[in-house]
Structures are given as C-alpha cells and as structure tokens.
Design a protein around this ligand. Structure first.
Ligand code: KG4
Ligand code: ZN
Length: 316
C-alpha cells in the first residue's frame, strides 16, 4: 500500500510516499530562514509559506517516486497538535485529494507520528518506552503495543526544545537554538557553571522553566550581560547537561519499571549528540537499548506521518 504523508503542523512543509517501511520519496522545505529574524515561529507567516510550498513539493515528490495521484492508495495527514492555520493547509490538501481520488484519509496525531520514525529501522516488538522531545513536546510514553500507549510523563511548563531555543536566544545564538547550543557546547567542560537539574519526585514529568530562568539570571544579573566567548561556550555546555539529564534519568527509570525492551527517542531534540551519548552510556549492560532514528527522521517530516497512517489503515 502506497501512502502519501503530509506534514504542515509547524515550520516544516513536508510530503512523502511510503510503502511498508520503505520511503519511496520525500520532500521537505524548512522555514527556518523565514522565522529566524523573529527568534521563533510566526504563525501567520508559517501558514502562508505552507500554502506556497505544498503543491510544489507534492509534484516533486510524486515525480521522484515516478507515481501519479492515481497510484496513491491512501493519504495520511497531521491533524493535531500544531498551529491552527498551518494544520489547515495540510488538512485541506489531504481531504481534497482523498475526496477527488476516492481514497481513504487518516488524520494523524503529530506526537504519536514522531514515534513511527522508529519503525523505518529494525525494532523489536514492544513493550518499549517512547521519549518525544521537540520544540513543542516533552513526553514519556509506555508503548504497550503500537497504537496502545500510556502517557507516563509530560512537561509541566516549557518543552525541552523550547528551553534550548530560549537559552540560545539569551546567549545571542541563532534560532533554532538546539543545534546552536550543541555546537557551542562541543568539547567544553560542562562543570564550570552549574544549573539546576529538575527533579520531580517519583513522577515521570519534566520541568524546564527553572533552568531557562537560571540561564537568564546568570547572564543578565551575575554576568551583567557581559559574556565572553569562553563563558558562552561554558554556559551552553552546562545548560545542555542540565537539559538532557532528566530526559535520560526518567527514560531509564521508566524502562526499568515497565520492563521495556527499548527506549525510542524522537523529535527534534533527539538529534542532540550529548543526549544520544548519555542515554547510550546509561543503558549499557541493561536489558533494554536506546534507539535513535536517523537525524532527518527525528525533526518534523512526512514519512513518519505516512507510516503512522499506514499502521491505522492496516490495523483498524
Ligand atoms: O520535532 P521538531 O523539528 O519540531 C517540533 O515538533 O517542535 O523539533 C524542533 C526542536 C527545536 O526546539 C530545536 O531547537 C530542537 O528541536 N533541536 C535540537 C537539536 N536539533 C533540533 N535540540 C537540541 N540539540 C539539537 N541538536
Ligand atoms: Zn514535531
């Protein structure tokens, strides 16, 4: 079954054609340059850009796969959560195609779809733990079966990626902040500055607002806005360490508690090299392993949406 995936929930316009666990073609257009001067996504600009790009990407993707609209068996489209105006662009395109071509449409949960990025690789069957860490979400999920989940924890305030973006902005680094912080932190001692690592008792929840405020206060009051290049690198490294530590701790605790076979990390922050390294270290010798999809499938993309849609078409 060839499923066309459409993703327009935030600042990436993406389409893909997926068949089983092979990606026949995928196209993605990032709006990072458009939003970077504002330090974050401007919703109205995002939806206009999706409108401009979606049809072009659809044509390119189908022609790369050497397919016409008539060869597509179903459409899967991100329906929620996301920016309303942006979601509407993808949804309208998907519903129109479904109506005109008389093919089924599956309206997909974007957060669940992130976990389907893992299904393009070799994965043992569940139970597993899903850690979805992106600009909008920080969620820990028990995957009892694909399609059957228990949410174990969520952020109580900011998302992890949002904290990376805000800390980067305080340090005068470009948007998106995650890759910029990781670059600054590379090879730098994370122990020169100390930031609080959130601990919320026995819960699997996360909190990032305290960490974000600590970075702000450090720069604004302790250093009086005068941050040397070396200090910027040291603050980035200390922040990164404090940001990834609770992700690793909660995920490992959850895997132990629920006898999981793996911890699947997805969403934009899953690209972070320090998170990958720390989780690999902490799972060594344990009966579960860390699984990271390739980086291009961690950030928003349409292949994960198509894969999620295909699963529901085959299993409901
Ligand atoms: O999944 P995604 O592309 O979009 C959302 O659904 O939010 O995630 C984007 C987020 C941004 O906050 C970005 O700063 C963060 O992922 N990110 C990273 C890295 N690459 C992207 N955070 C930490 N380290 C990275 N290397
Ligand atoms: Zn996402």
């Amino acid at each position: 079954m060839k499923v066309l995936g459409i993703e327009t929930s935030c600042d990436e316009t993406a389409v893909a054609v997926v068949e089983g666990n092979s990606i026949l073609a995928e196209r993605i257009s990032s709006q990072i340059d458009l939003h970077s001067e504002y330090g974050g996504v401007v919703p109205e600009l995002a939806s206009r850009e999706h409108l401009k790009k979606l049809n072009i990407l659809l044509q390119e993707c189908l022609s790369e796969a050497e397919l016409g609209f008539g060869d597509i068996d179903a459409v899967a489209v991100t329906a929620f959560p996301g920016l309303e105006g942006s979601l509407l662009v993808g949804l309208t395109a998907g519903r129109t195609l479904s109506f005109l071509m008389r093919i089924p449409i599956v309206e997909v949960d974007h957060v669940e779809a992130h976990m389907f990025a893992g299904r393009f690789g070799d994965m043992d069957p569940p139970p597993g733990i899903g850690l979805i860490v992106s600009g909008g979400h920080t969620r820990l999920v028990l995957i009892k079966q694909w399609g059957d989940y228990l949410t174990l924890g969520d952020t109580r305030d900011d998302a992890a990626g949002e904290a990376f973006d805000k800390a980067a902005s305080v340090l005068g680094l470009p948007y998106p902040g995650g890759p910029a912080i990781e670059k600054e932190a590379a090879g730098t001692d994370p122990g020169v500055f100390k930031f609080p690592v959130s601990r919320l008792g026995d819960s699997f929840d996360f909190s990032y607002s305290g960490l974000k405020t600590s970075v702000l206060y450090k720069v604004r009051y302790d250093l009086n806005e005068k941050v040397s290049e070396a200090q910027r690198r040291q603050i980035a490294a200390a922040f990164q360490e404090a940001a990834v530590t609770p992700l690793v701790k909660n995920a490992v605790r959850a895997a132990e508690k629920y006898s999981a076979r793996w911890i699947l990390v997805c969403g934009g922050v899953a690209s972070n090299g320090r998170l990958r390294e720390k989780l690999r270290d902490e799972t060594e010798g344990k009966p579960f392993k860390a699984v990271f999809p390739p980086r291009r499938l961690c950030t928003d993309n349409a292949s994960m949406v198509a894969s999620c849609g295909e699963f529901y078409l085959n299993n409901t």
